[in-house]
Design a protein around this ligand. Structure first.
Ligand SMILES: Cc1ncc(COP(=O)(O)O)c(C=O)c1O
Length: 480
C-alpha cells in the first residue's frame, strides 16, 4: 500500500470532481446547478388510461424515495473505480475499502454517534432490526407498541424473545405513561424498547426522547426505527440518547440496497455473528479432533460477513452529505408547508377521513393516510394513477394492527376491483390510501392530488376498472 499514494487521500478527497488516475470523472450537469437535494425522475412522463402523457407525480416517498441526483452522480463517478472491499491487494480494492470505511464514518457523523458507537451496514431497516433481535442477550424482554411497522414489531418474537406489545396510545403522553407502567411491572433482566421515530402510516412524530428517558430510568435500552424519520429530520443519537438506530438507504434517497444499524458496541460484540462467513472471521483453523475453530472479529465486521455492498454504503454516505449540506431546517420548513397545504385541502373534502393516532394537529413528517367514504382505497388509488398520473400507495402499509385500530368501525366500500388487504377470520378486510413526499416535491404535485381527490369524490371515476391479478386496471371509459 505504501508504494501507492494513499487511496484515502487521493480518491476520497478527489471524488467526485477528479479521478486519482487522470481519467476525468464526468458529473451530470444538474449536480452543479440543482442543489444538493435535486431528485431524479422529475421529468418522467407516464401514460394515462386515455393515452395522454403527464409528468409523474411521485407521492409514495415513504415506500421508496426517488434517488438524489447527487447520489446518482457520486455513484456513477465511483463506478469505474469499483473493486472488492477488505479482500484485495490491488489499488482499486484498497481504494474501495477506504471508500467503504469512509462511508461508515460519514454515516456516524450524520447520526451524531457517541464515542465507541459503531455503524454496521445492512440491507435495510428490516435487516438491521433482525440483526439486533438476533444479537440481544438471551432473556431480554422487548417492549413495542402494536402501532409499529412489521419490521419493528415482528423480529423480536421471531428471534425467540419475550415481547410485551403495548396498546396503541391516543396521545404522546399516554405512550410515555403506558411504557412507564409496563416497565415498572417488568421482571429483572435485560430489556429493550423498540420505537419508531415517525409513523409510516400517519407520519406522526413519536416522543422518542421522552420514551428513551423513561426506558433508561427502568434500565431498558432503546432502538429507534428511523426509517421514516431520518429522511425528514436531523437525528442525533447523542441528543436523543437512544442506544441503537436503524434506517434504510432507499428511503433516504440512496436506492442501492444498503441500510444501517448504528449504536452501542457491547451487545453486538458479545453476540454470535449475524451471518457466518468470510469477513466476519479473524481466524479459522482445523482442530486435531476434525472440528473447525473460529475466532470472530469484534466491531462492525462481526456482523457484515460476505462481500460488502460498497456502492450501497457509499450512496448512503452521499445522501447523508447532501442532506447535511442542504440543512434539515430548510427541508423541514418546506415539508411543513406542503403538509399544511395537503391537510387544509383534504379538510375541505367531507368524504375524506385522515388517519391520526395523536390528533388532527399532531406534528408529522410528509406522510399521511386517509380513506374516502364510499370508495375502496385500491380503486381510488388506481384512479389517481390511471386518470391523473399520481403514484400513491394503498393497503395496510405493513402495519396491520395500527391501520385496523385507526380504521376501527370505518365502513370500507366493496371494491370495484383490486384487492383490499386480506383479513383475519372474523375481521373485515380493510385498506387505506397513503400519500407521502419529501425533497424535490413541487406544490403542483400536491395541488394535482387535491384536485384529483375532489373530482373523483364529486364526479366519480371516468373509467371502469377491472381486477387483473389483484391489480386494479382501467378497462373502458365510463358512459356519459
Ligand atoms: C417505519 C418503518 N420501519 C421499517 C421499515 C422497513 O424498511 P425496509 O423495507 O427498508 O427494510 C419501513 C418500511 O416501510 C418503515 O416505514
Amino acid at each position: 500500500m505504501s508504494a501507492h499514494p494513499s487511496p484515502a487521500t487521493t480518491l476520497l478527497s478527489a471524488l467526485p470532481q477528479t479521478s486519482s488516475g487522470g481519467t476525468p470523472i464526468v458529473r451530470q450537469p444538474c449536480a452543479e446547478i440543482c442543489g444538493p437535494l435535486a431528485v431524479l425522475g422529475t421529468d418522467v412522463q407516464v401514460p394515462l388510461a386515455s393515452g395522454e402523457k403527464v409528468g409523474y407525480a411521485a407521492l409514495d416517498y415513504a415506500a421508496s424515495s426517488p434517488a438524489l441526483q447527487r447520489v446518482w452522480d457520486d455513484v456513477a463517478a465511483y463506478a469505474p473505480y469499483y473493486g472488492s472491499v477488505h479482500r484485495g491487494a490491488g489499488y482499486l480494492s484498497q481504494l474501495s475499502t477506504d471508500l467503504f470505511e469512509q462511508s461508515r464514518r460519514t454515516v456516524g457523523e450524520f447520526l451524531d454517534l457517541r464515542e465507541g458507537d459503531q455503524v454496521v451496514f445492512t440491507r435495510a431497516t428490516t435487516d438491521s432490526l433482525n440483526l439486533l433481535a438476533a444479537a440481544v442477550p438471551a432473556g431480554t424482554r422487548v417492549f413495542a407498541f402494536e402501532t409499529e411497522h412489521h419490521a419493528s414489531l415482528l423480529p423480536w418474537a421471531h428471534a425467540g424473545l419475550d415481547v410485551t406489545y403495548l396498546r396503541a396510545p391516543r396521545s404522546r403522553a399516554e405512550a410515555v405513561a403506558a411504557l412507564d407502567a409496563a416497565l415498572a411491572e417488568a421482571p429483572e433482566g435485560p430489556k429493550l424498547l423498540c420505537v419508531t421515530g415517525a409513523s409510516n402510516v400517519t407520519g406522526e412524530l413519536w416522543p422518542v426522547a421522552e420514551l428513551t428517558g423513561t426506558a433508561h430510568r427502568h434500565g431498558a435500552r432503546v432502538v429507534l426505527d428511523a426509517a421514516q424519520l431520518a429522511p425528514h429530520h436531523r437525528v442525533s443519537v447523542r441528543e436523543l440518547d437512544v442506544d441503537w438506530i436503524a434506517f434504510s438507504g432507499h428511503k433516504i434517497y440512496a436506492p442501492f440496497g444498503a441500510g444501517v444499524l448504528a449504536g452501542r458496541a457491547d451487545w453486538l460484540d458479545e453476540a454470535e455473528p449475524y451471518l457466518a462467513g468470510g469477513g466476519a472471521t479473524r481466524t479459522v483453523a482445523r482442530e486435531a479432533d476434525g472440528s473447525v475453530a473460529v475466532q470472530w472479529h469484534t466491531g462492525p465486521a462481526r456482523h457484515e460477513a460476505g462481500s460488502p455492498n460498497v456502492i450501497g454504503a457509499y450512496a448512503i454516505a452521499s445522501a447523508c452529505r447532501a442532506l447535511t449540506e442542504a440543512g434539515f431546517d430548510a427541508l423541514e420548513a418546506r415539508e411543513r408547508q406542503l403538509v399544511a397545504r395537503l391537510t387544509a385541502g383534504l379538510a375541505g373534502i367531507p368524504q375524506v377521513k385522515v388517519l391520526n393516532l395523536f390528533g388532527a394537529d399532531s406534528a408529522r413528517v410528509g406522510v399521511l393516510s386517509f380513506v374516502v367514504r364510499g370508495w375502496n382505497s385500491s380503486h381510488f388509488s388506481a384512479a389517481l394513477s390511471a386518470e391523473y398520473g399520481i403514484g400513491v400507495r394503498d393497503g395496510l402499509f405493513c402495519a396491520h394492527p395500527l391501520v385496523r385500530t385507526l380504521l376501527g368501525d370505518e365502513d370500507v366500500a366493496p371494491s370495484e376491483c383490486g384487492a383490499p388487504e386480506p383479513s383475519l377470520p372474523g375481521e373485515r378486510s380493510l385498506n387505506a390510501i397513503r400519500v407521502s413526499f419529501g425533497a424535490g416535491t413541487p406544490d403542483e404535485h400536491v395541488d394535482r392530488f387535491l384536485t384529483a381527490v375532489r373530482e373523483l369524490v364529486t364526479d366519480g371515476a371516468a373509467w371502469n376498472y377491472r381486477n387483473e391479478g389483484g391489480r386494479c386496471v382501467a378497462d373502458s371509459r365510463r358512459e356519459g
